[in-house]
Design a protein around this ligand. Structure first.
Ligand code: ZN
Length: 292
């Protein structure tokens, strides 16, 4: 089963978390992030390849360990642009959002950059302990935050929200819907967050019924994708709708349509609908149906 899954790190071998060069690490490949934007140089993602991490003179708290491939440890650093220029002999840099960088960066890099983007955002948004209000300290070896108050020591682990996305089928058609807040003519699959005490399958049933009034059968898991922009783990399902009669929740959904493959192609060619971008799991789900 094919899924683009751009944000997964392929062939990743976890390091033991150590920055120590004696642990079979010959090189450090360091990417940079600044003010939530990735650092680029001449339209390419900027990184420094170095044998000894200490040469970069970056504080440990600013370093994120992203993964290890063969003997190279991939790391990221969240720094000011001034500091990045200082480290890189003042070469000219541009800053780019993760979303914009996807189209010009190779998949291995995007996957590491998305991890960096996610981790530094998570750290930035959890500066203080929610239990006692003290400062949280980042443990970049084990990737958690820990409260510095010795009588508290609350640990906070990265939080990822499970979200389902459903390819709803009926005979030779699938259902596409557009949220009223989306860009003009963008259509996609029904999706929604898991609520407390729900299984993924229960979320599939509830979200579909709430948004378009359909009851489902034959609910099957297909594939999943990490979505760094909103901290989601998108879990892709396919399901068959018992009927095709829609009851659209107008508070959320502007329009929902059933389409055959031929109709989908025609609507897309006429630019009457825009489908999700290639790197989105919705694109992979629709593509999976189209090619089977
Ligand atoms: Zn605390």
């Amino acid at each position: 089963m094919q899924n683009l899954n751009l944000f997964s790190i392929k062939n990743k071998i976890y390091s033991d978390g150590s920055l120590d060069t004696s642990k079979n690490i010959s090189f450090y490949k360091c990417f940079f992030i600044c003010n939530n934007k990735l650092v680029f140089f001449k339209n390419k993602c900027f990184y420094i390849l170095i044998k000894n991490i200490n040469f970069l003179n970056i504080k440990k708290k600013d370093i994120y360990i992203l993964g290890k491939v063969k003997n190279t440890l991939f790391i990221g650093a969240s720094l000011s642009l001034k500091k990045i220029k200082e480290i890189s002999d003042n070469r000219v840099h541009s800053l780019m959002s993760l979303r914009d960088s996807i189209n010009i960066t190779d998949q291995t890099q995007v996957s590491y950059l998305s991890a960096l983007y996610f981790l530094q955002n998570w750290k930035k948004n959890h500066k203080f302990c929610s239990k006692c209000g003290s400062i949280n300290k980042f443990d970049n070896i084990r990737n958690y935050l820990i409260c510095i108050n010795q009588s508290c020591l609350r640990k906070i682990f990265p939080k990822i929200d499970p979200t389902v996305i459903i390819l709803i089928k009926n005979k030779d058609k699938i259902l596409l819907a557009r949220n009223k807040n989306w860009q003009y003519n963008l259509y996609s699959c029904i999706a929604g967050f898991c609520e407390p005490n729900e299984s993924l399958e229960e979320t599939v049933i509830r979200e579909t019924y709430e948004e378009v009034g359909l009851k489902l059968k034959n609910i099957n898991y297909l594939f999943s994708q990490f979505w760094p922009f909103a901290n989601n783990l998108m879990v892709g399902f396919e399901a068959t709708s018992i009927t095709t009669k829609l009851k659209v929740n107008k508070l959320e959904i502007e329009n929902a349509i059933w389409v055959t493959k031929k109709e989908l192609l025609s609507l897309e060619n006429q630019k009457k609908i825009i489908l999700p971008k290639k790197y989105a799991i919705a694109h992979s789900l629709i593509n999976y149906w189209y090619k089977n």
